[in-house]
Design a binder for this molecule. Sequence first.
Ligand code: THU
Length: 159
Amino acid sequence: MKHKIIEISYSEYSSIEELNENEAGLILKAREAAKNAWAPYSGFHVGSAVLLDNGKIITGNNQENVALPSGLCAERVALFAANANYPRDRVVALAISAYNKKGRVLHPISPCGSCRQAILETEERYGVSIRIILDGTSSIQVVEGIKNLLPLSFNKDSL
Ligand code: THU
């Protein structure tokens, strides 16, 4: 038996001012998008902003449904909209922000498992690593590529 360890890495910033202009701008778009979430059941409003290599920014937010599984997370709303409308433009970064009734979340919001799988698919589709920017009031985390959020993934080589 071999015991193996996988390391993941990310950068942590204490405020948006520490980020470069592009990344800070993407977070602001995600914060803005969260305001248009449809989240009457959870009260948890999530916004997401996708940056394409042509400089375009596509936003999304969570869309809940009274039949709960019929809703969708902000990340996939934004990613699918980007992939559907700009299929030839590579996704280079994705920012996520969220607020609840107490305000913007303290801990950086991290994508759910299904969204991680969708981010992986987008990376493989475009042959890129996506910079994932997670917004919180206590800190902002920047993750270079989904391998840091989804190790041991089911991917195209698994088929
Ligand atoms: N949600 C997202 O939109 N993104 C995440 O990364 C986590 C969760 C949504 C799904 C649901 O509408 C609400 O937040 C509470 O789970």
